[in-house]
Each structure stands twice: as structure tokens, then as C-alpha cells.
Design a protein around this ligand. Sequence first.
Ligand code: GDD
Ligand code: MN
Length: 378
Amino acid sequence: MKAVIIIPTYNEKGNIKKLVETLETDVFPEIKTWNMHILVVDDDSPDGTAKEVEELIKKYKNLHLLHNGEKAGLGAAYIKGMSLAVEKLTPDVLFEMDADGQHDPKKIPDFLKKIDEGNDLVIGTRYSQGGSIPENWPPIRKIYSIFGNLLVRTIFGRFAIHDWTGGYRAMRVSVFLKEKNEMGEFRGYTFQVSFLHKAARDGFKIAEVPFHFTDRTLGNSKIAPGEYIVDLLRYVITARFREVLHSSFPKFLIVGGFGFFINAFLYDQLVRNTHLPIALANVVAAQFAIFSNYNFNNVWTFKAHKANSVLAYFSKMLQFFATSNIGVILIQSGTIQIGDMLYGEQYYRIYFLIGTFFLLIWNFTVYSKVIWKKKTAF
Ligand code: GDD
Ligand code: MN
């Protein structure tokens, strides 16, 4: 099996020499079952990084250099470098790594082990046990780094991945080939997050390797923090929004909206024309809405997982009535009851609206995660 470590460089003279020598003399000799190569992707670094690599190439036959032209961003360099590696070196696995020594090269065998175990994409992580960010970073930088990652995890709702922004990774070539065509617009550092997001979406097997992210000793970071944050947030929010729009949630809202009118209409009639306590009136009214919701959700919202036998139809309906009624009685009518006790019956419509909002969250969670559950890979 063959692996190529892609190292993008912009003004990394000194750093790249040190890293290549560590890899060649300390790391690669320890790796017995993989044939290791390095491809440096340099964007016309004015400091002579490419010259330094050319000198090293004379000594190391498994070292390669791509003169990538003008500086065009980290993502662009990776796409070009990986494409070239796949074409010319026919590897099984591609690595991403900083040139500046921030990514501990001694961890490479751990990444390869995870690949050997059957994973498709291995993420170096600074935010789970065994990983860290530099102690001496100023607090503001630590906060950006920690909260940035937490925010991405939360918006995507994919908590199993701890480090979304990092740039120390290994992947099977199949992962790169599947995602590369969608990556054209992410030329900068947002490449890392968008690539990982798409790979997770497509169900690739993902594993993590914790590592200590050390501070740079030479040269400067090329990140422009302001631009990066705006770019990153734009990607994360729009990508998540698109996901929700294409999920079952909008249909669930339409079906539930119809049920809401049935529920509200009957509730109103019962409160005004009978002597039922208002919380109980809502429980009665809700049964008709639940029946309507069940049928429309089954044939439309969650049709990919719908009940396909009479038995399944009734058993799902039973579950649906049971869980919906937990919501109606405890959450929706419960809110109405509390309102009634605190402020009296006259605001019955307001209690109903508040209770319905809480009910909606409960219902969608149970319907999609339990009743019409789908199997996901990650
Ligand atoms: N060819 C090329 N072109 N290389 C670039 C460019 C570019 O436009 N921009 C940056 N690089 C190279 C750098 O020379 C370095 O080897 C690597 O890409 C990472 O850049 P750094 O400047 O070292 O980034 P960092 O250490 O501040 O950022 C780290 O954290 C980011 C966010 O968590 C890296 O690990 C990033 O990969 C990560 O996205
Ligand atoms: Mn770096």
C-alpha cells in the first residue's frame, strides 16, 4: 500500500527542510507495511522554499514538488496537489499536513493503523482526550479555536467529530475522488470544514487520532482570521440550512400545520360549548389532529420509511398515538393547565399556542428518531 503526504507551503523555508528530514529519517523507517511518499505543493514562495525542496529531492527519491504558480489559498493547493498525486503516484491514501511542524509527524503510524482497521478518513484532533492546543496561545486565540469547533459541531449536529477545522488528516483516495468536484469554491481554509462535512454526509467511515498541536517555531501563520471566520460561518450556516430544507422537516411542518388547525378548531368549540376543563378539552381535540398527522406523515413526510403492511400500519399508529399523547398531555395540555392556574381561563388561546410550540419540538424528535427512524452511518 502507498501513502502520499501532501504538504502545502507558502514561505516555509527552514520548516520544510526540518519536516522532510524528520519524516525521512525518524518516521518512515518505522513504517514497514506502507510505501511512503511526500508531495510539497508550493505557491511561488518568495523566500525560496521551492529551492530548498529541490535540494532535498536530490537526496530523497520519494520526495516530489509541485510548482503551483501564484498563491491561491490552502484549499486550492490541496486540490491541485492531491489530484496530481493520484494521477502520477497512484496512492491508496493521501495525507494533509502543515509544513511548519505543528502536526507531530510521529503520529503518522497511528493514522495508518486506523486506515488498516477499515476507516476511510482519519482526522487528527486537538479537542478530545490525548489532544491539545498550545498552552502559550493568548486566551483569545484559544477561545476562537475551542468555540469555533464547538459551534460547527453544534450547527451540524455531528458531535462524534471533535476537530472540524484542523489540517492533519489521512484519507483513502476514494474519499478524495468522491468529494473533489464539489470543492472548487472552497479555496481557503474553509476547505477543511466543507470537505469533512461532505465526507460525513456521504457516510464514509471516520476515525480520530488525538495529537498535541504545537506552536510554530519559525515563520508566521498564513491565516487571515477575520476573512476565515466570515467564510467559515457562511459555509456552515448555509450548508446546514440546505440540509434542513431537504430533510423531512418542512413536510413535517406542513402536516403539523394542518393538524394544528383541526386541533385549534375543535379545542375552541369544546371550550366554548362544553363545560370540560380547558386542558382536557385540548386532549380530546388533539386526538383528531393526531389521527390526521399520523396518516399524512406516514404517506408523505416519512414515506421512505413508511409502514408497508397492515400490522405495521397499526403498530406504528399505536406508537404514534402513545408518543403524541405524551406530548399532548404532558407538554401541550400541561402548559395550558399551568396557564389556567396562574392567569385563569381567559387566555386559553395563548396557552395553547405556547404549548403547541413545545409540542412541535417533541414530536419531530420522536417521529424522526423513533417511529420513522432511518439508519445513518455516522
Ligand atoms: N501552497 C499554499 N498556498 N500553501 C499554503 C497557503 C497557500 O495559499 N496558505 C497556507 N499554506 C500552507 C502553509 O505554508 C502551511 O504549511 C499550511 O498551509 C498551513 O498553514 P498555516 O499558516 O500553518 O496555518 P495555521 O497553522 O495557522 O492553521 C492551522 O489551523 C487551521 C484551522 O484550525 C492549520 O492546521 C490549518 O490546516 C487549519 O485549517
Ligand atoms: Mn500551521
